[in-house]
Ligand binder design. Structure first.
Ligand code: ADP
Length: 349
């Protein structure tokens, strides 16, 4: 193998740049030129007027400084064309034309599907899990998850301090559309009293009853950590009628949100001043923690070594604290398991 490529795809995640830096160091070490492909799979579709808009030779001195920066230097984007076999053929031909003999894809499960298709077209690929959600069950950690949790923990600690000062409960929304891991770990790490996740169905009335019990016991500053996807697992609740009949204007068809949920809690819990905070993109745009950076470093090196040694169609992960690899296909088939015991523990104390 001579030249290799790297791209970041899907949502950005802290640690993506650290992985690119590690890949560049390893490629330099093994004497393999490295090309950075821009905006995910889009950079392979030859839609730009100049190839330089899509690709860049990555020299060590260019990338050494980006390792600890948040975001992704290579940019990332969704690429709907990649669902179409004809476009994937274009991508494979671009790689062949550029004499790129192997590709490292940093992204989530969607990106890994794309990589698997490229392997079937004869392009050796290795995946590195880059997503803050931790929604790839084959690995104990994904790049960016630890950073995202740390951002949330810091935010919840600050929110709990002001909640304590004012005797106000707080609703804090963290990321995780299909996966409640960020919410659960944040709740466990901060002593939050209630956590709501997409994996477990829940009822508005039950949460209000629990909050009322906490208030009755003297805890007037409880924190409810909610994953952004928890509204999907909520039992049907007529927010429009409830809020409008309790003095809060709400519009028909309006989706429930952390702010609306805090309004409902206020009205169901004796007018307590429940306030909502949505942590949002600060979770994705933070500097990677040492844990994420260290994983990126090892994963980047392993990816290059695998390609050098002619091993492809694999993804890298962490098992029992050690970096390992397994086939993309097997990794994508592994089943998610949510830590229900821990969830019950948070919600029962
Ligand atoms: P993630 O990689 O974080 O799961 P997405 O699901 O948005 O993020 O996928 C990122 C990109 O990977 C998509 O925009 C598309 O280019 C490619 N991709 C996703 N799913 C597939 C698929 N089933 N087949 C081919 N390519 C895919």
């Amino acid at each position: 193998m001579r030249k290799i490529g790297v791209l970041t795809s899907g949502g950005d995640a802290p640690g993506m740049n650290a992985a690119v830096m590690s890949i560049a160091r390893s490629a330099a070490l093994y004497g393999m030129p490295l090309v950075g492909i821009k905006r995910g799979y889009n950079g392979l579709l030859r839609k730009s007027t100049s190839i330089y808009d899509d690709m860049e030779d990555l020299h060590l001195d260019t990338v050494l400084d980006i390792a600890d920066r948040p975001g992704t230097y290579l940019r990332t984007a969704r690429c709907m064309e990649f669902h179409d076999p004809a476009w994937r053929e274009v991508a494979a031909n671009t790689l062949r034309a550029m004499e790129i003999d192997g590709l490292v894809v940093i992204g989530g499960d969607g990106s890994f599907h794309g990589a698997e298709y490229l392997c079937q077209l004869g392009i050796p690929c290795i995946g590195i899990p880059g997503t803050i959600d931790n929604d790839l069950p084959y690995t104990e950690m994904t790049l960016g998850y630890d950073t995202a949790v740390n951002v949330c923990v810091e935010a919840v600690r600050s929110i709990r301090a002001t909640s304590r000062s004012h005797d106000r409960p707080a609703v804090v929304e963290v990321m995780g559309r299909h996966c409640g891991d960020i919410a659960l770990t944040t709740a466990v790490s901060t002593g939050a009293e209630i956590v709501l996740v997409p994996e477990v169905p829940w009822k508005v009335e039950d949460v209000a009853a629990r909050l009322n019990r906490l208030i009755a016991k003297g805890n007037t500053r409880a924190t409810i950590v909610v994953a952004e996807g928890c509204w999907e697992s909520m039992e049907p609740f007529d927010m429009y009628t409830y809020l409008n009949t309790h003095g809060k204007r709400c519009y028909e068809g309006e989706p429930i949100s952390a702010v609306r949920f805090a309004s409902i809690m206020k009205r169901m819990c004796g007018n307590v001043e429940a306030r909502a905070t949505v942590i949002g993109y600060t979770q994705r745009g933070a500097e990677p923690t040492a844990r994420d950076s260290a994983f990126a470093f090892e994963a980047g090196n392993l990816a290059v070594r695998l390609l050098r040694d002619g091993i492809s169609n694999q993804v890298i992960g962490m098992k029992e604290g050690k970096v390992f690899y397994m086939s993309i296909d097997e990794a994508l088939r592994s089943e998610r398991s949510f830590n229900r015991e821990l969830y019950n523990l948070v919600n029962s104390l």
